[in-house]
Design a protein around this ligand. Structure first.
Ligand SMILES: Nc1ncnc2c1ncn2[C@@H]1O[C@H](COP(=O)(O)OP(=O)(O)OP(=O)(O)O)[C@@H](O)[C@H]1O
Ligand SMILES: [Mg+2]
Length: 226
């Protein structure tokens, strides 16, 4: 049985809730999960997502049409589509050993995953970190490890920033994966990979942990094509 304990954060495209999952009759078997519920996208945001979708195919052409014309049915479908895409991305990256939340299940527009945090308190985003350069340098190494794992599997995160990286007990965990892109077959793949590199390198460099975005990009390209 699942009980909603509260909201973690409302976002532009989804809201994240804290869920307690209990096994009836066995109070010891209780776990805390994060439920990410996608909202039907606003019409004005609707076409922005198309860049990520190139090369991906929706099986039923009636659904594809409904999604592309932005009807309310289409937007509902799109929300489910994002939840499913994120579940798949988490499953794939988790099985490869990348530091991402363990995906539990997907049901319509809701994705259930491991809650990253202490008790009921979510781990802070890297963006809120007040660490000094020596500690930040350790976190940068972990971010680069995550980016390398994505690249080795052929992917760019596609929306990587210090807001989509959590720091839990000194470990970096990447979240918010629905738009993960195939870096080679997607026509925007390398641009998105490059943008991830720039976002990360600039953020760390501003905090006196020097990181060259082009070197990082070159490093990931060798992972991608090896
Ligand atoms: N598995 C998780 N464990 C703990 N906290 C989480 C988890 N997933 C998401 N969160 C929290 O919820 C916030 C929003 O999650 P996420 O970035 O996946 O959604 P979003 O809709 O893209 O939000 P935003 O528009 O703010 O980027 C995260 O910044 C994080 O604080
Ligand atoms: Mg986010």
């Amino acid at each position: 049985m699942d009980t909603e304990l509260g909201i973690v954060k409302t976002g532009k495209e989804a809201d994240v809730f804290l869920i307690e999952r209990a096994v009836p009759g066995d109070p010891a078997q209780r776990s805390i999960l994060a439920a990410k519920r996608y909202r039907p996208p606003q019409l004005r945001d609707f076409h922005r997502s198309s860049q990520y979708e190139e090369g991906r195919r929706t099986r039923r052409s009636r659904d594809a049409r409904a999604i592309s014309n932005g009807s309310s049915y289409g937007r509902q479908l799109a929300a489910g589509h994002w939840a499913y895409a994120e579940f798949e991305a988490l499953s794939r990256m988790h099985s490869l050993g990348a530091a991402v939340p363990y995906p539990v299940q997907v049901n319509g527009t809701e994705l259930l995953m491991e809650f990253i945090g202490d008790g009921m308190t979510a781990a802070p985003r890297l963006a809120q970190s007040r660490d000094d350069p020596p500690q930040l340098a350790v976190l940068l190494d972990q971010v680069v490890d995550i980016m390398r794992m994505f690249a080795r599997a052929g992917f760019a995160h596609g929306d990587l920033s210090p807001y989509n990286l959590l720091v839990h007990e000194g470990r970096v965990v990447a979240i918010d994966l629905p738009q993960i892109v195939d870096a080679v077959s997607n026509p925007s793949g390398l641009d998105l990979l490059h943008r991830d590199c720039v976002n990360i390198a600039h953020w760390f460099t501003r905090r006196r942990v020097y990181c060259d975005p082009e070197e990082l990009f070159a490093d990931l390209l060798t992972e991608l094509y090896r």
